[in-house]
Structures are given as C-alpha cells and as structure tokens.
Design a protein around this ligand. Structure first.
Ligand SMILES: Nc1ncnc2c1ncn2[C@@H]1O[C@H](COP(=O)(O)OP(=O)(O)OP(=O)(O)O)[C@@H](O)[C@H]1O
Ligand SMILES: [Mg+2]
Length: 1059
C-alpha cells in the first residue's frame, strides 16, 4: 500500500496546479459560447481539493442546472429529476467531433469520445456507470445509446439493428425493472450492453449480457414496492380477449402482487407501456404465437402464486384445488401433476428413488421456486431473443455500456511501468474482495457458503446456523467482518452492509428440483418446454452449481471482457431521496462524494499522469503531426513518441516514458496535442475540399462548353483555337473595377464580362465593356467629361442597357468570325467578341430563365442590322454580308449601308470540343483574331494586381471571379487570392514539372519585374516592381521558374521582362 505523504503532496499540488488553474480557466474555458459559468467544469481545476470544495462545486452546478462535471476524463452526472433542455439534436451536433474542453461537460462528449476512440484507435471501448439506486445509471446508458445511434450512419439493415438496440430498453425494463422505494424504475438486473460496429463505424450488431436478476421479487416485495413492471402493464393494458384468455383480474387478486399493497407508480402509464412492450417484442422479431405464450407464462405465474397450502398432519396440502386448473391450463400442464410436484419431491438416495412429502412451508417454497425459475428463464429468453436479432457472425469493434457499480484502479499501472510519481492513499477494495471471494487461507465468505451447501441435505434444515458458525471460524477476525445474531456484516467500500443469514443456503443452492424441470418439460407448449432444456437422465451427478459460483463466474467473465476494452467512467450521484428537482441533500451528496472516491480521483489525476497510452497507440493517434511519423514511424516506437512530443514542444516535466506507455501529466498538455492534431486534420480537409471544388468547377465548365457548342453546332464554323477553350466568365475583373461596377446593383452577379467591339451606323468600331448579369446586358463606354469639375477627364458611361424582355433575338453568320447582332425592340447592336460562344450560351440560359421561352438565334450570311434613330436622321437598317476569303482573320470592308466581312474557312460546323484536350488551360495565348481587334491595353492602365498581357500585343483577359455559373455556385467562392491566384489555379494542371535542383550558374538569363507579384502558394516566389532576378526556366504554360533572394519558385512570366 502506498502511504500518503501529505505535506509533500500538498506542496506539490500547490506548486503544480495553483498557477495552472488560472491559465487553464482562461485558456480552455468555453465561455466563448456564451454559456453561464458555474463552479468549475473539471474538478481537477479546483483550487482546493477538499470534500467540501467538491461538494460545493457539485451543488452549485446542480442548482444552476448543470448536471455534468468532469474529473479529467471521468464524468460525474447528478440526477436532475427533470428533463434537462440540453439533449436535443443541437447538442448532438455540437458535441460531434468536438474536443472535451470545447463544450460544457456532457454525456454526449464522453459518448463521442468513446466512439471516435474506437474508430481511430481500432480499439473496443466500454463505459462503466456506477452510482446508487436511482442515481441515473440507466438513463445515462440510454443517452449513450441514443447518441451513438444518432451520429453513426448506416442503411436500412443498420437502422434495423439500431431499432432493436433502442427497443430492447422498454422490453428488458418491462421484465427487469420494478418500482422500489428508492427508484420508480429500478433496474433489478445488471446489464452489459455491447454495441458492435462495422469497420466503417456503423452499428451493425450487438450483445447483451445480463446478471443477477432479482428473482425473489417475483414472489414477494417490500412495502411500497412492486413486482416487475410487466405484471401491471399486462393487467392494465391487455385487451378484453386477452384478459379473458389469461384470467386477468385486478392486481389485488394475486398474492404475488398484493403483498406490498402498491399497484400504481406516479408518472407511469402501465397501459401505454404495455403497448410499447408488445411493440418492442414485435420489432425484435419475437413471433406472434410466442408473444402470446410469453404473456401466458406471466399470467401463469400470477395464478400459480394463488395456490396456497395448509398443514395437514405435518404435510402440506393444496388449500383449494380449484385454483390448480387455471395455472395448469396457462402453462400447458396437467393440474394433478402440478399438485403432486408442489407437495412432494423425489429424493435420489443410495441407488433408489424415494418420494418425500413436503410440509406446508416446503410446498410454498417449491411453488415459489417454480415461479422464480419460470420468470428467470423467460427473462433469459428475452435477452437471447434480442441477442439473436442483432448478432453478428464475427465481431469487429464494440462499445460496451455497463449499468452496474465499478471501480477505477490504476495505481498499479504506474508501478508496473516504472513511473515516478507521488503516491496517494486510496481505499483499495481488494481487501473486501478477498474477504468475499478468497478460495483459501482463509477461505472467503462465498467458499464457506458453497461448502456448507454441498453437505446440505434435501430439506436443508439448520444449514444457515452452520454457515454462520463456519464463517465466524474462517473470517471472524477480519477487520471488515462482524457477525451478529441473525447474520453478519461486511464493511464494503461504500459502507457497512448487514446480511440476514436466514435462507442463505437454500437460495445459494439455486437448484431447481428435477421434479419441477420434468413437470415443465411435460408442457404441451414447445416454447415452455424449450425454457427447460436440461437432460435429466444423462446429467452427471456432480456438485450442483450454486448461486455464488455463478455470480463469481459471471463477474470474472465480465471483468475479462472489460479488461479488453479502453474504459471510461461515469459516476452517477443521487442528490436526494425525494425524487424532486433542485433538491440537494447535503449529507447524501457528501456521502456519495466520499464513497465514490471523488477526492482521491481528483488527487490522483492531479498528482499523477492523467493520460496514459501504449507507445504504438500514441504513435498512431498523433502520426499526422509530423512528416517523419506519417504514415508510419520507422524506428523504435519510444523514439517516435519522443519525436512527437518534441515536435509540439511539450515541457519535459509534462510527460514520462514508461516501459511500454507514455504518461502525460496535465490535461492542457494533452489538449495541446489534440489541438495540433485537429488542426492538421482541418488543413488536410481544406485541401481535399479545395480540390473537390476545383473538380466540380471543372465539370461545370466542361458541361457549359458542351452546351455552348450545341448552340453553334451545325450552324456556324468554328475558330481553331476557340473550340477547346475554357470558360471563365468575367474577363474584365470586375471585382477590382468599381468604375464598372457602379452601373450594377450591389450584389448583382456577373455572368459574363468582356471588352467587345461595337460597330456604329458607319461601321466604325469602338470599344465597349459588355457585362451580362441576371438583370440584363450592359454596354459601357468611355467618354470625355464635357462640363463640370471633371471636365476633360475620361469617364465610364453606361451606353446601353438591354433588358431580356426587350431582346428579340441574336443573329450570326455561318462563318468562323466573331460578329453577332443583338436584336432589340428599338434598335440592334452589332458587336464582335472573341468569347461570343460563351456569351451566347449564358445569354440563352438567362433569357430562357426569365422569358420562359428560348432565345431565337439565327445563322445567315446576310444579316440585317437596324440602327438607332438619332435626331432627324438615322434610323433605317444596314446589312452585314459575309464572304469566303483567306485566312482566319476577318477582313472588314465598309461600303455605304453594307459591311462586307471576308474570312477563310474555319473548322467544320460540326466541330465539337474534344474531351480531355486542353482542359483548364490558361487564358488563350496569342489568338490572331484578337490581335486584330482588341485594344492593346485596357484603358491604357496596367492593372495593379492583374497579370499583364501574355503576348506583346494583347490586353489581359483574365477571369477575376468565376461567376459564369448557373444556379447557386457560391460554394465555389474561395477566399480571394487576387487575380493571379485565380488564374494560376485554373492552370494548375498545366504547370511545368518541378524544376530540377538549381545548379550554380555564374550568370544565366535574368529578368526584371514589371509588376509586383505576391506568391500565392509555397512553390511560388514573390517580387516587387523593378526587382531583378534569375530566370531559371521559361515554360509555355506561362508559369516560369525563377530564383529570387535565394529561393527558387514559380511566377507568371508575363509579370517580367527579360534582360
Ligand atoms: N438525466 C436525467 N434526466 C432526467 N431524469 C433523470 C435523469 N437521470 C435519472 N432521472 C430520473 O431518475 C430516475 C432514476 O434513474 P435511473 O433509473 O437511471 O436510476 P439507476 O441509477 O439506473 O437506478 P437503479 O440502480 O435503481 O436501476 C429515472 O427514472 C428518471 O426519472
Ligand atoms: Mg437502472
């Protein structure tokens, strides 16, 4: 045993936690969520760890309606006796994937942590829920199941498993729970429920183990308590036919129900619950005829209980033989045989079998034994039915929930691992465990009990007295044992418990007399026979099993199951015995704080290492943090762990390396690791998100291009380099052009924007900025201000706005030129644009959206063009005639009222975009037709952030915002990276392969920056205007490689001039 070195410990705690408490509060508190603070969330942060401080903190929080509090990873839950508002879908969402410290303490946080741990570490998890009767264990278990069911995915099969898992609760509660004085829905059996998962985290199976059903409740109950719920449910809820078939009367008619005089429970609707129980049986897949027989057994037991016995000359006799018929009928057995087996027993002695007649007390005992056996076996059947419905052929991962008392012992682990720490005294329950279950030296209580039972004969008279004597001899001097007149006292962890010795041996024998087994095997109902599968004639005569040996085995099995899992703990606290909300009974609270060992919990957490993990698990969990550990560390595991700890600069006093495990001291150190890990995940998630968006965008563009081609397909020849061109929408960069945006509404979306040539009545061309939005088409020109203070300045003017309603159509030639005429009610506009196909397809879509009819697009080589009426003159129309000529460049020849345009043959009208060709290329590189008509530089200004011209002649035609989308594509908008960033992204797939490692050259080609460029990614360089640097490589994609200030990286070639 460790001894408490209190002075040293206090000093240590003061030094190590006093300041930490402050920083932790500030740093990790979730106040950011505007949740009112009450006490401390994690009692490891209490400045004083006294029982008073703990009780005060819990009380304060409870009164403020915070039922959950942590001690490190242990969750304390106080029964609120009212529905708290924080169990909605909102909380399910809030706690999903969140770190413990991000949100207020909650059972969902623990559930989520378990679930994630299971998935990430590929390790089974279990949660041990402890606390006294009525403290809220079962409710907690249900919240865990509900949470897991909500956050885990799955199709219809998984949904079926989820349904069964959730429905098993009302079913097993109906048969296994009862009203007691302490809890109106007290679980009278222990339960370990495993939810099993697929590798993908879907709950696709499960397993329930049940322990120690309180069978005695079937035959008698204390005052103010009830039998199992199912009895009252059936009596209240059965329909008339069922009532008749089952002989249902009022509950006071039945001896097994009327001993306590309590039939109703506040807030419970037995009739409604009955429907739910039957529904649960249905969901679980119990066939209808078996459901009926389940009820027959339940009713049969009630009627069996009404058979009473009288003493007739030392023998027991059935008081009223009339009462035999109905239970016999319900159980499908012969009433005479039933009577016979209740009042006599076969006794196998020395080779021959004798019939022993029972007295009244023994007959009553036999009746009750039969009732209990029937009920217990029925209960086991129901558990098995649930298990069958959700069993998996092979188990993968599981999360188990134990609704029973539990202890956490981890001091031994420190010793095993050779960890230096300040030991703290705590109550080691082993001493009591040994008292109860030691096999020898001295034998424990259970061993003595089994020995006495083995030598007991048929009637077992006097056995209890012998037991008490033997116990005194064996453990009488044990400091946790006392005896008293009627039994003995054990000093358990939580306090002293007195045991009445009467009936101990008989109960422990737990053998069902072969007579009763035979009797039930004679039932005409196969189902009832199947509950008694013993093979009586062949069974070896070995020492019969006893209740205590069964319990020991069950408990040992359970412990070995739990040992294979990563454990989590919930300690439930019952604040009062009144079952009222906001009622804190100080002494009860304090008592539980004491016996649940909360103070020791906190101290051990603080002094010791809160977090411990085998090296390999640690490496797996945090592998993502460094390149050396991802995807796996090559080298000794311990070194890998150290490497990770150093990579996050963890203070060396914050961890210790054990033999196989790493121990991390304070929660905040762990938070640091977790936070880094989350951040990494976040970064990677963003990268994936980005490329996904890019991929979606590309698909969208491809689709648009296809659609656009459809417009011209078979109607117009195509230009060679337009056919595989990508659509980018905004070629003007409106984001940075407030002078153009001024004509649009604030959030007006840009479908398309480009500089076009507009032809007047005399076929003189002039530049216009054409903008297409969902509201219409804008044509913006530049004019010299004639009056006012800005006189003489060149300003943008909205020359024309065309509403979709007034557009009557568009006409184009059949040749490869870029001309088109927008026909409008008043007059037409003859325009020329390199991106006419893109513009047309977008216009056609918007037009159709608004006018609910298709835009008329006509193709002919004689186009009529109605001109604007101006003053007295003007009006009328012009002709545009297209002729076959030479070359790809259109030659224009105005002549009177006719414009003649000559151009060579383009690609055939049936040309289509070739899939896979030139995907996502940069903005078109030198295109002859553009050279002819485009202004050399947009409005004579070099853009401040936009990349300048690619070739020597053409203006920048780069997208600023890819808003050429249909429908809502807002998700495409990533944070603005400036024009170059966007352009670069489009061309990312065309980047040159990474340049070879730079070689030292005395003097290679150099270049001078004409514009400033800020690198948008880690493989790019940045430079200022006029800076001169090495040009390592030119590439046709436009992304050149340069070396600037010792760094080599990519940059857009058109930002520099070679020198
Ligand atoms: N979180 C909660 N919110 C609201 N009510 C609760 C909560 N926990 C418990 N209760 C109330 O307390 C009652 C008792 O809780 P529960 O049955 O879970 O106790 P238990 O610890 O399982 O007790 P036993 O050991 O007797 O089975 C519930 O029926 C419910 O009325
Ligand atoms: Mg319970």
């Amino acid at each position: 045993m460790w001894r408490l070195q209190s002075e040293e410990l206090n000093l240590w705690i003061y030094n190590h936690t006093h300041t930490d408490t402050q920083t932790l509060n500030a740093k990790y508190h979730w106040q950011s969520q505007n949740v009112k603070q009450s006490g401390v969330d994690d009692m490891v942060l209490l400045s004083k760890i006294t029982e008073d401080a703990i009780v005060d903190n819990l009380k304060k929080r409870y009164m403020d309606d915070y039922i959950f509090t942590y001690i490190g990873p242990v969750l304390i839950s106080i029964n609120p006796f009212k529905q708290m508002p924080y169990f909605t879908d909102r909380e399910v969402e809030l706690y999903q994937g969140a770190a413990q410290y991000e949100n207020p303490p909650h059972i969902y946080a623990l559930s989520d942590y378990m679930y994630r741990n299971m998935m990430i570490d590929a390790e089974n998890q279990c949660v041990i829920i402890s606390g006294e009767s009525g403290a809220g264990k079962t409710v907690a278990a249900k919240y865990i199941m509900g949470y897991i069911s909500k956050v885990s995915g799955g199709g219809s099969k998984v949904q079926h498993v989820k349904d069964i898992i959730l429905q098993s609760n009302p079913l097993l509660e109906a048969f296994g729970n009862a009203k007691t004085v302490r809890n109106n829905n007290s679980s009278r059996f222990g339960k370990y429920f495993e939810i099993q998962f697929s590798r993908g985290g879907e709950p696709d199976g499960g397993k329930i183990s049940n322990f120690l059903l309180e069978k005695s409740r079937v035959v008698n109950q204390n005052e103010n308590e009830r039998n199992f719920h199912i009895y009252y449910q059936m009596i209240e809820g059965a329909n008339t036919q069922q009532k008749q078939d089952l002989g249902i009367m009022t509950p006071d008619y039945y001896y097994y129900l009327n001993q306590s005089g309590t039939y109703k429970v506040d807030g419970t609707n037995d009739s409604k619950d009955f429907q739910e129980t039957m529904e649960a049986m249905q969901v679980i897949g119990i066939p209808g005829d078996i459901q009926a027989q389940v009820l027959q057994i339940v009713a049969g037991i009630l009627h069996l209980g009404n058979i009473s016995f009288i003493e007739a000359g030392n023998y027991g006799q059935v008081e009223s033989t009339d009462l035999l018929a109905f239970p016999a009928y319900l159980l499908g057995i012969d009433p005479n045989r039933l009577q016979d087996k209740l009042i006599s027993r076969k006794w196998d002695g020395k080779g021959e079998s004798i019939k022993v007649t029972l007295n009244q007390e023994q007959a009553t005992y036999t009746r009750d034994a039969l009732a209990k056996a029937l009920y217990a076996r029925l209960f086991d059947y129901l558990v098995e039915a649930v298990n069958k419905a959700i069993q998996k052929p092979c188990e993968e991962f599981s999360t188990g929930v134990l609704d029973i008392y539990g202890f956490e012992i981890f001091q031994e682990e420190y010793v095993q691992e050779g960890i230096k720490w300040t030991p703290i005294e705590y109550f080691n329950n082993k001493i009591v465990c040994d008292l109860i279950e030691n096999k020898l030296n001295p034998p424990g209580i259970m061993s003595v009990l089994d020995d006495v039972c083995a030598t007991m004969h048929a009637k077992g008279e006097g056995a209890d007295g012998t037991l008490l004597q033997k116990l005194q001899a064996a453990v009488g001097t044990h400091e946790h044992f006392n005896s008293w007149n009627y039994g003995f006292v054990v000093h358990h962890y939580a306090g002293k418990v007195s045991y009445d010795i009467k009936g101990f041996c008989e109960r422990n024998r737990d053998v069902l007399f072969p007579d009763l087994i035979e009797l039930m095997q004679s039932s005409e109902y196969h189902f009832i026979c199947s509950l008694f599968p013993e093979k009586l004639n062949t069974d070896k005569k070995s020492r019969p099993t006893t209740a205590s040996s069964k319990i020991k085995k069950q408990a040992n099995d359970l412990v070995s199951t739990l040992m294979k899992c990563t454990p989590h703990y919930i300690r439930c606290i019952k604040p009062n015995e009144t079952k009222r909300p906001k009622d804190w009974e100080e002494s009860r609270g304090r008592h539980q704080v004491e016996y649940l060992g909360l103070r020791e919990n906190i101290r051990v957490r603080r002094a010791g290492f809160a977090y411990r993990r085998p090296f390999n698990k640690f490496l797996m969990r945090y592998a993502i943090l460094t390149a050396e550990t991802w995807p796996c560390w090559r080298g000794p595991e311990q070194q890998g762990v150290l490497h990770l700890l150093r990579s996050v600069n963890m203070d060396t006093d914050q961890y210790q390396m054990g033999r196989n495990k790493v121990f991390v001291k304070n929660p905040e150190s762990l938070f640091l690791l977790e936070e880094m890990r989350e951040r990494k995940f976040d970064t990677f998630a963003r990268i994936i998100q980005k490329s996904w968006r890019r991929c979606i965008a590309r698909k969208k563009y491809e689709q648009m291009r296809e659609e656009a081609s459809d417009i011209l397909y078979n109607s117009k020849e195509r230009r060679r380099n337009s056919i595989n061109r990508n659509f980018v929408g905004d070629y003007l960069g409106l984001e940075q052009r407030p002078e153009l945006r001024q004509f649009l509404a604030k959030r007006e979306r840009i479908d398309f924007a480009d500089s076009v040539n507009k032809f007047d009545r005399r076929f003189k061309s002039i530049k216009r900025d054409l903008i297409l939005t969902p509201k219409g088409i804008y044509l913006i020109g530049l004019e010299k201000v004639k009056k006012g203070p800005e006189k003489g300045q060149i300003k943008e003017v909205l020359k024309r706005k065309l509403e979709f309603g007034s557009i009557s159509g568009v006409s184009l030639s059949t040749r490869q030129d870029d001309f088109f005429i927008l026909h409008e009610a008043q007059y037409d506009s003859l325009l020329e644009s390199n991106f006419k196909t893109e513009f047309l397809s977008l216009l056609a879509k918007r037009y159709e959206d608004i006018n609910k009819r298709k835009l008329t697009i006509s193709f002919t080589d004689r186009l009529e063009f109605r001109v604007k009426k101006e003053g007295w003159g003007g009006g009328g129309s012009r002709m545009v005639v297209f002729l076959r000529g030479q070359g790809d460049l259109a030659q224009i020849k105005p002549g009177g009222k006719t414009l003649t345009i000559t151009v060579g043959d383009g690609l055939p009208k049936s040309s289509r975009h070739q899939n896979g060709a030139a995907k996502f290329s940069r903005a078109p590189q030198s295109q002859p037709s553009e050279i002819t008509y485009s202004a050399p530089n947009k409005h004579g200004r070099p853009p401040s952030t936009a990349p300048p011209k690619l070739g020597s002649q053409r203006a920048p035609r780069v997208p600023v915002h890819n808003q050429n989308n249909q429908g809502n594509m807002d998700f495409l908008n990533v944070p603005d990276q400036g024009m170059s960033g966007k352009q670069r992204k489009r061309s990312i797939s065309q980047r040159p392969p990474p340049a070879p490692k730079p070689q030292l050259r005395p003097q290679g080609p150099r270049c001078r920056a004409i514009y400033q460029y800020i690198g948008q990614d880690t493989d790019e360089i940045s430079f200022d205007v006029n800076e001169v640097f090495d040009l390592v490589k030119e590439d046709s994609s436009g992304w050149w490689t340069g070396r600037h200030q010792g760094r080599e990286g990519l940059f857009p070639g058109n930002y520099v001039e070679k020198i």
